[in-house]
Design a protein. Structure first.
Length: 158
């Protein structure tokens, strides 16, 4: 069953969503799109954040924060990144209003992601939470270049 919060999207000029959620059994699929892998990862992070705050405009950019992670390839890097965001929420109840994602590929080393942004602590009175994400999974995991840009997606266990 698809709930109303699944239809929330942020659109760019081409009218294709930068971030969206898709139904996947009892869990939730999240998808980000962008001109670069970094933009697609930021879109996936936005789709994840809608699980904690169904109205993205309710998250205020009050405090700067960031996350870092490493992985052998882009797919595993997406899972590691989303898991870092889930951990940050579980530990500090922190929500990002926006994120700037950078991915580096040092020779002979794992891919490195550094994301910085601003956000605030979860406020039950202002942030309508839909479900609590437990972790990113390898189900429907895909990071790839498409004809109109990049897509980064996976299913999140809720």
């Amino acid at each position: 069953m698809v709930h109303a919060y699944y239809s929330a999207i942020v659109e760019r000029e081409a009218r294709k969503p930068l971030a969206e959620q898709f139904e996947h059994g009892a869990d939730v699929g999240i998808r980000g799109r962008g001109a670069t892998p970094e933009e697609a990862f930021a879109g996936a992070a936005a789709a994840l954040s809608w699980l904690w705050a169904s109205d993205p405009s309710s998250i205020l950019p009050e405090v700067e924060a960031g996350v870092t992670c490493e992985a052998a390839d882009l797919e595993r890097l997406l899972v590691a990144f989303l898991d870092e965001l889930i951990y940050l929420f579980a530990l500090r109840r922190f929500l990002f209003a926006h994120l700037d994602v950078r991915i580096e590929a040092p020779p002979g080393a794992p891919l490195r992601l550094a994301a910085k942004g601003a956000g605030e602590s979860y406020d039950r009175a202002r942030h309508e939470s839909t479900v609590e994400p437990k972790g990113a999974t390898l189900t429907a995991l895909r990071v790839a270049r498409e004809s109109d840009g990049w897509v980064a997606q996976c299913v999140v266990d809720v």
